[in-house]
Design a protein around this ligand. Sequence first.
Ligand SMILES: Nc1ncnc2c1ncn2[C@@H]1O[C@H](COP(=O)(O)OP(=O)(O)OP(=O)(O)O)[C@@H](O)[C@H]1O
Ligand SMILES: [Mg+2]
Length: 307
Amino acid sequence: MTNSVIVAQQLVKKYGDFTAVDGIDFEIDHGECFGFLGPNGAGKTSTMKMIYGFNTVTSGKLNVLGLDVETSIREIKAQLGIIPQEDNLDPDLKVFQNLRVYARYFDIPKKKAIQRCEQVLEMFQLIEKRDKFIHELSGGMKRRLVIARSLLSQPKIIIADEPTTGLDPQARRLVWQKLQQLKQQQVTLVLTTHYMEEAAQLCDRLAIMDRGKILEVGSPKALIEKHVRPEVVELQLAEAHMENLLTQLNSMNIKFEAVGDTVYAYTEDAQSLADQLRMHEGILRLVERQATLEDVFLTLTGHALDD
Ligand SMILES: Nc1ncnc2c1ncn2[C@@H]1O[C@H](COP(=O)(O)OP(=O)(O)OP(=O)(O)O)[C@@H](O)[C@H]1O
Ligand SMILES: [Mg+2]
């Protein structure tokens, strides 16, 4: 008996000749927050759209709640809360009406539906905007409304494609808080992001995705432990002195990545490594810090998340 609520096997999405999702496997457990972390074009949205049936599956298998997306997408969708990357609010309807109409898809009885609409507006601090048209909302308010809308049906699984893109730091924290509360209620969260901070804050496990492939799956902590060291010395260097420094790091057996004029040296103890390197010629900037998922990504792909 497995605890998985979403299972993908050799999942492929092609658009014409172009392969956007290139044979990925993953299993998402009941009640966990599972994140897809990757740069623009990695294939995150293409994967989400297959889960909620907006995209057809080109090949491979995709099961959600024990049902095959190719044959049972209606039953699946009835149990999902969907936050698409692109806002798809109805511009002809006011805020409250957008929610009311959406609630009808789930056959929520009228009185309960009205209550739920009010609750989710409260939750995302939009109650004052209930009688505004969509074009009267700011970008971040529209985003919050899409998130609020996804919760109307009290779904078992929430598919959130970059839920907090475009939100200010305060609104982002509000959304993180609400998503964490849902997780405490055993709701399964599947989210995509290119903010490593979001991934680290919310996700129990992450799939690191790049160019249609999953490179690694693991908890944020395990990924950092496996691929980098806990601390980093980040050095910016004049070009002429770069080779020398890399030779020195090699001789010290230090794991590093070099990107342009910056070297990331991974270590158990950034302070002591920084002391050894500080006198090196040509250093323009030296920073000691904790390793992050960004470093894991860099080590796995050779390029940064926001490239
Ligand atoms: N409808 C489409 N037709 C053709 N190509 C597409 C289509 N949708 C996506 N693609 C391509 O598939 C690749 C993956 O796109 P996708 O939207 O899945 O990436 P993503 O990881 O969500 O990126 P982002 O972080 O920018 O949202 C990209 O190269 C994109 O150009
Ligand atoms: Mg996307």
